[in-house]
Design a protein around this ligand. Structure first.
Ligand SMILES: [Zn+2]
Length: 64
């Protein structure tokens, strides 16, 4: 399954896409992939607790 997450908070949309077997794997991969983006574009969000980061991703992702 392909999971994509688009971040467009305060900038042009940036879409991260990962391949994963299930939600848990997708979350781990998206958190890893989004880390450089968060540090570059949203330093105030770079250190949110992992549970909160997962909620943000899950509220916004698209599964295909
Ligand atoms: Zn962003």
């Amino acid at each position: 399954m392909t999971y994509s997450f688009t971040c467009e908070q305060g900038h042009e949309p940036v879409t991260l896409t990962v391949e994963a077997e299930n939600d848990e794997e997708a979350l781990q991969k998206l958190i890893e992939q989004s880390a450089p983006h968060l540090q570059a574009a949203h330093p105030e969000m770079a250190n949110v607790p992992e549970d909160q980061a997962k909620n943000i991703i899950m509220s916004n992702w698209v599964k295909q």
